[in-house]
Structures are given as C-alpha cells and as structure tokens.
Design a protein around this ligand. Sequence first.
Ligand code: G6P
Length: 369
Amino acid sequence: ESASKEGYAHFMLKEIYQQPTAIRDTVERRIDEKGNIVLENISITKEVLEKINKIYIVACGTAYHAGLIGKYLFQTFLKVDTIADIASEFRYSEHNIDENTLVVIVSQSGETADTLQALKDAKEKGARILSITNVVGSSIARESDDVFYTWAGPEIAVASTKAYTTQLVAFYLMALHFGRLKNTIELTCYEEILNELRTLPEKLQITLSECDKKAKNISETIKDKQSVFYLGRGLDYYTALEGALKLKEISYIHTEAFPAGELKHGSIALIEEGTPVIAFATQSLIYDKIVSNIKEVKARGAYVVGVTRKKNEDLKEICDEVVLLEESFNIFMPLISVVVAQLISYYTALLKGNDVDKPRNLAKSVTVE
Ligand code: G6P
C-alpha cells in the first residue's frame, strides 16, 4: 500500500497533488490537432441539442457539488434552464421529464445506488442520459446514452478530490462543445475559453505549491474549534459547499457553508469571538458584495480567512489570513480555489490524528440506499 502512495503520507494528499495531471489528461485527450473539442462516447448532435428544453443534473455528495457548477455553465453557454438535484431527493419528487429532457448523471464510481436508480427512472420517462464517471464500464456508464469519462485515475481516499476537479473539467468541455454546436457561443469566445482551460494544470500546480504552507497554518488555528463556516456567493458558494463537506467528513468538525447574502437571514447569529469563517471571494462581478459580508462577520469577532485572486491584495486589510490564487476567468476560479479547501481539510484531519483516508462512518462508494 505504501508503494502506491508514491512517497505521500496519505492517498488523499497524493490525489490532491495529482490534480494538475488528472486535469491535463481529461482536457488534452478531448482536443484534436486543429484545437477543437472532440467528445468520444457522446453522440449528441446539433439537432438533439436544439430540441432539449430542460436539463437535470443528478448526483450525490461531491459529484452533486460539481453538478451545481455544471448547472451554471449550461445555463450560461447553452441557454437552457438547468436544475441540479441530489439523487436521493430527485428520486422521490415530481418532475416533468420527457424525450426533450437531458439528464446528466455525475458519479465518480458509477455505482452509487440512488444515482443509478435516478438514472433508470429518468430513462423510463424518455430522457436522454449523459453520464460523467471515472469508471469505464460501471453500471451508470452502461445504462447511459452518452458518457464522458474523467481521466482522474483510481481515487482511493474516501474524501474525493481529483474526481471532483475532473468532473468540473467535464462540464467546462461539454458546455463549450455543446454551446458551439448549438451556436449559443461565439467562435472567438469558445477559443479564448478553451485556451484558458488548457492553462489550468499549470495554474493549479502553482497554487498548490504556494498555498500548501498557508493551509497548514490555517489548520493549526481551526483544529480545536467547534464549528467552521464557509462563505461564498455565486460559483464561490458551490465551492464553499464542497469545502464544508471536505472538512466535516475527515476532521469531524461541524462545518457549514452559507450563501453570503443569506447571512443576515439567520446564520450570522452563530458567529462568536474566534469562530472561523473561510470566505471565497473570487468572482469579480460580486466581489464588493462578499467584501461587505466579510466585514459583517469580522465585526462580530470571526477569525476570517479570505481566499481570493492575486490582484485582490486589499482583502488583507480586513481578513486575518488571505490565500492568494492564480488569476483565471471567473468560471475557472472554483477549480483553483477548491484545492485550498482540500488542503485545509487534509491538514486539519492530520493534526487531529484522524484516519485521513478512511474516515469513520463513511464509504467510498455507497451502493445501498
Ligand atoms: C460517497 C463518497 C463521496 C462521493 C459520493 C458520491 O459519499 O464518500 O466522496 O462524492 O459517495 O459518489 P459517486 O461515486 O457517485 O461520485
């Protein structure tokens, strides 16, 4: 087992550090010599796309968080209303699904029971099923009309890291490719975004090496706290949800994510002197809004960690700690910022002496309902 950790103390740390390679593999295998996206195993044509009037993205856990970002991308680039839902909720509620609905199933293992059943229910109603999975020939892959395989390689740690970031890549590539097919995205825009996507492995590598030590220091401060809160707005809120899940599942600290705009509707009552709040502030259009929210929690005594782009050095004046990230387009910032949350979770669990790779009560693949 130690050999396959390749010198890393845990599989989780190894998998965090494998992300630049996993992302590069997932992207570059989909780009032909002319620089266009080619999605093997996906046969959705322009005609099929034009008839799709609704998209559901269904998944559990971390894969659901990737789906939330996918929803934003599909709405932006395909101009189709998209709903992201948790498989165990989706299965027991009413939906208007028919042959004009595309259902996107996201599952690292391709075997999660609720996700698989949600797929079968939607298929029975006539929806076209596209799945994103990391396991070739898995049950979910076999049941689907179209499949996007992430090239993350085997993920051993229960806390998902590289599967998540490669799922984001799947959504970026599909949103761009489908948007181009449907002509809801201009060629120049497509090229610009695709070129930027191809720089992400390197940007992630830089972020990992620059942020590792800071994440370790932050973990020292939060390890003995009772609660930790993650904040964000827009895409940053989805990263906050994933950051909170990562921290609670391996550190066992009560962690919650809030959409920052909702703070004053209840959650701000929980802030006390020294309560850790980790705020993602990467989205330029709503940067001022999150800055106001940071000031609100700071004024109530929170210990605030701001995670932002390198150009936003001003955040240092209002936060206790600031983690600066490589610059990219707004849509790509979740992929860069999430690694900070992954590292914080890893080091916090490590400092607490927890079994990082096999946390209590959790399984890598949930094949029972
Ligand atoms: C379990 C794992 C999570 C994962 C979820 C969905 O809870 O511990 O890491 O996100 O299942 O798994 P899937 O294989 O369907 O992505």
